[in-house]
Write a protein that binds this ligand. Structure first.
Ligand code: FAD
Length: 565
């Protein structure tokens, strides 16, 4: 923000249908009428995307000097952490979605929505090019929208790693429609396996459910499916009891690798007891319509399946790929931003959520600068005290480095520090070679993980950016950010700082693993109740909160519904 001295206009891109297009034309007309800036015209912000990042930006923006144009192919926000529950009917699809117009409806902020997909961003002409599924009056489906400020929150797409047959034969679990499709397919499989004239082998194949990816989504889906089968479906399809089988394929040595070891071990043991076949070190190499080929510890095998759910992480959306190429970031996987969420090399464009990442290279350059500044006498060395101050400074500015230090310890730096402390515990003037320190720190570049692609990060970024937009004029006059590493003065805003609030892994059978800040781990039924309360409280509206809680109650009383509708 600090590089934008004039706050003339802001544009947010999102999508809308029908009436939204009318709203857009009016908004556009009013901006072209104003062609020349009068100083009284509202700042126009285009927001692309109505997911976690976009919705939290929209919800928290509270400044009447902006006109918000939202553009997204879906006119609702979806509470993705409950999608695995939708796949088995524990929660209904409509209980986890909220119309974006409800979220953006405010007394003082003017918001309009266009249901369309942005397929090209042109930073030169400050336009986004969009395509709607519905034709306009003249039959055209494409249009463009200009912006003053662009907020990109388009998320990511499922990653197939270009493995042959995955796109055509696997289910993904990213959108509400995916979850609904999976629910139908599971029930279809049970119906199909009940048809006459099938041999046992064929029935077994149809009832073999394969989950690829042992991350939180894959594990939660496998657990949900196991509960659905054992608690509900086998009562209605008793003959299927001994035929149904669930396999989880994971390329790494363990599932849930981002969790504490205790959770990983508990999950693997629980799945083992439940009869879920966890195959570790299994790389899928090819999928056809009936078999999945996987290499397990070097050995190739073909596994007949009835249904596959592919959940191996995220990839870049085509519109973001194209935009990254235009701005010289073609070799990256996500849009690089600085710590103020501004897209590097672009004016008035911000990116947040799964489509963006804070640039680590720049962080390392800044860290090198912090060292240089600390070395006041140009001796190329720092005292232990100076070094500790440098590290404190780095941690304040770069939470991702701090997170890393806290979670795992920074190998090179920690070793040097320990060595110096051991050698000279009481000698405050011990000298540490800056070059050595820098090279040890540079390991952080490869070791520090980008912020995780989670709803938590996306939502916090949306809130942060909304607050920055709200206070832009005020902070122009009274900057609140840190002193600039390069140049004079202060930054207008404090950089984005992620606060990790913990993570859950529901493991089925009313057992959940929770890893809370401070590496506090809890596994079992009590964490399941914590999970229920956190997810109920995090709902975006009272309507969805009531729906979700009543769905859980319905499931407790009547079980899950297995009608194929
Ligand atoms: P999204 O929420 O994916 O939103 C992207 C938005 O952009 C959507 O509205 C989309 O329609 C729109 N869009 C797409 N393309 C375009 C385009 N071309 N033009 C305009 N708009 C476009 N995270 C957690 O923290 N905890 C969890 O328990 C958890 N569970 C999950 C379970 C599942 C099944 C999944 C799929 C994800 C889960 N996540 C969880 C991850 C979390 O959902 C994502 O990190 C989060 O959704 C990212 O938010 P986002 O706003 O960047 O993207």
């Amino acid at each position: 923000f600090h590089d934008y001295p004039s706050l003339s206009r802001i544009l947010v891109v999102s999508t809308i249908s029908g009436g939204g297009l009318i709203a857009y034309s009016e908004a556009n007309a009013s901006s072209s009428n104003n062609g020349v800036e009068t100083g009284t015209r509202k700042k126009k912000v285009v927001l692309l995307g109505t997911g976690w990042a976009g919705a939290s930006f929209l919800k928290d923006l509270n400044n009447s000097s902006y006109e918000i144009q939202v553009i997204s192919p879906r006119n609702y926000f979806a509470f993705t952490p409950l999608l695995p529950s939708v796949t088995c009917g524990t929660v209904e699809a409509r209980s986890v979605v909220e119309p974006i117009r409800n979220i953006g409806k405010k007394k003082n902020v003017e918001m309009s929505f266009l249901e369309a997909e942005c397929f090209r961003i042109d930073p030169g002409s400050k336009k986004v090019y969009c395509r709607s599924k519905q034709g306009l009056d003249n039959g055209k489906k494409e249009f463009d929208v200009d912006y003053d400020y662009l907020v990109i929150a388009t998320g990511a797409q499922s990653n197939t790693f270009n493995i042959p047959g995955v796109e055509e034969n696997c289910h993904f679990l990213k959108e509400v429609e995916d979850a609904q499709r999976i629910r139908r397919t599971v029930i279809d499989s049970f119906e199909k396996a009940s048809l006459p004239d099938l041999n046992e082998e064929e029935r077994k194949r149809i009832l073999h459910f394969v989950v690829v990816g042992g991350g939180p989504t894959g594990v939660e889906f496998a657990a949900e499916l196991h509960d659905f089968v054992t608690e509900d479906l086998v009562k209605l399809y008793p003959k299927a009891k001994n035929l149904v089988h669930i396999t989880l394929l994971e390329a790494a040595d363990h599932i849930l690798t981002m969790f504490d070891k205790r959770i990983t071990e508990f999950a693997e043991e629980k799945f083992n007891r439940d009869g879920i076949d966890v195959k570790l070190g299994s790389m899928v190499v090819k999928v056809n319509d009936k078999e999945i080929s996987a290499k397990t510890k070097g050995e190739l095998s073909s596994i007949p399946y009835g249904m596959i759910v592919w959940s191996t992480g995220i990839g870049t959306r085509p519109v973001i790929k194209d935009f990254m190429k235009q701005i010289g970031q073609g070799n990256r996987r996500a849009l690089a931003t600085d710590e103020w969420l501004r897209v590097e090399g672009c004016d008035n464009i911000y990116a947040l959520g799964d489509c963006a990442t804070i640039n680590q290279r720049k962080v390392m350059e800044d860290i090198a600068d912090i060292f240089k500044k600390a070395d006041k006498d140009n001796s190329g060395t720092l005292t232990l005290k100076e070094f500790q101050e440098v590290i404190d400074d780095i941690c304040v500015r770069y939470p991702q480095v701090e997170l890393y230090l806290k979670s795992k310890g920074m190998r090179g730096i920690a070793d040097l520090l320990k060595q110096a402390q051991a050698e000279n515990a009481s000698n405050k003037s011990v000298e540490l070679n800056i070059e050595e320190l820098k090279s040890a720190l540079s390991q952080v570049d490869s070791q520090v993980k980008f912020l995780p692609a989670t709803a938590q990060v996306a939502a916090q970024q949306g809130t942060y950016l909304a607050k920055c937009f709200d206070r832009m004029e005020e902070c122009e006059k009274n900057p609140e950010g840190p002193i600039r590493i390069r140049g004079e003065g202060r930054h207008r805003f404090r950089p984005f700082r992620y606060r990790h609030l913990g993570q859950f892994a529901p493991l089925g059978g009313e057992q959940t693993a929770a890893q809370l800040p401070g590496d506090w781990v809890s596994i079992g039924q009590s964490s399941q109740w914590l999970w229920y309360s956190v997810y109920a409280s995090k709902q975006v509206s009272w309507r969805t909160r009531v729906l979700v809680v009543s769905d859980w109650m319905r499931r407790f009383i009547f079980g899950r519904d297995s009608s194929r509708i």
